[in-house]
Write a protein that binds this ligand. Structure first.
Ligand code: SF4
Length: 123
C-alpha cells in the first residue's frame, strides 16, 4: 500500500465514522421521542381504565348521552386544578359505594375530579 492509497483509506474510514455519528445523533432524539410518546399513550390508557373502573357504567350510556358528555367536553380528570366537579354547583354527591356522583346537566357517572365546560362555582 502506497501513501496515496493509505490517505484514501483513512479519508474513507473518517467519512464512514462521521456518517455513523451523524446518523446516530439525528436518529437518537427521534427514536427517544417515539418511545416517550408510546409510554405516555400507555399511561393515558391505564389512567382511563382506572377511572372507568372507578366510575363504571360509562360504556353502557346511550349514544345521545355520550354526545352530551362530548359536546360539553366532560373529562374524568380536570385540566384546571381549581375547577372540579366536586366544587361545581351542578354536581350531585355519590349515592352508592363508589366515588362517582352525578350531574344535573351531564348524564352518566361523574368523577369528583372531573370537569366540563358547563362548570359553575359552588357557593
Ligand atoms: Fe362536572 Fe360539568 Fe357537571 Fe359541573 S356541570 S358537575 S363540571 S360535569
Amino acid at each position: 500500500m502506497n501513501i496515496r492509497q493509505s490517505r484514501r483509506n483513512l479519508l474513507i474510514s473518517t467519512i464512514k465514522g462521521g456518517l455513523a455519528l451523524a446518523t446516530t445523533s439525528v436518529l437518537s432524539p427521534i427514536l427517544l421521542s417515539s418511545c416517550k410518546r408510546k409510554e405516555k399513550a400507555s399511561e393515558a390508557i391505564n389512567a382511563k381504565e382506572v377511572l372507568a373502573s372507578l366510575c363504571p357504567g360509562q360504556e353502557s350510556l346511550s349514544e345521545e348521552d355520550k354526545m352530551v358528555r362530548k359536546s360539553l367536553k366532560y373529562v374524568d380528570q380536570t385540566p384546571q386544578a381549581d375547577k372540579t366537579c366536586d366544587n361545581c354547583k351542578l354536581y350531585t354527591n355519590p349515592r352508592g359505594d363508589g366515588p362517582c356522583g352525578g350531574c344535573q346537566v351531564v348524564p352518566g357517572p361523574i368523577h369528583p375530579k372531573g370537569y366540563c365546560s358547563a362548570w359553575i362555582r359552588r357557593m
